[in-house]
Design a protein around this ligand. Structure first.
Ligand SMILES: [Zn+2]
Length: 82
């Protein structure tokens, strides 16, 4: 009985089979990195206790990250006309 496991970061199926130590993430190292850095970032933000001006900067950073996600998936390969 094989249950397909899904990478919690990219949503793709985990094809790697390891009986002894089942992987949480897929083969893409970036997924592991993302998870690691996200946790680190959460901890850091809680420790920073930023001023209201600094909060704006951090929000701007987060906004850029969000834009990476929407731009990154739509731009590559979809429009190729010059
Ligand atoms: Zn993944």
């Amino acid at each position: 009985m094989s249950s397909n496991r899904i990478c919690p970061i990219c949503g793709r199926e985990i094809t790697k089979v390891d009986k002894y130590k089942p992987s949480t993430y897929c083969d893409n190292d970036a997924c592991r990195d993302y998870s690691k850095y996200k946790t680190a970032l959460e901890k850091a933000i809680l420790k920073i206790n930023p001023t209201s001006d600094a909060r704006k900067v951090i929000r701007g950073d987060m906004f850029r990250l969000c834009n990476l996600l929407s731009n990154g998936t739509n731009t590559s390969g979809s429009k190729n006309d010059l």
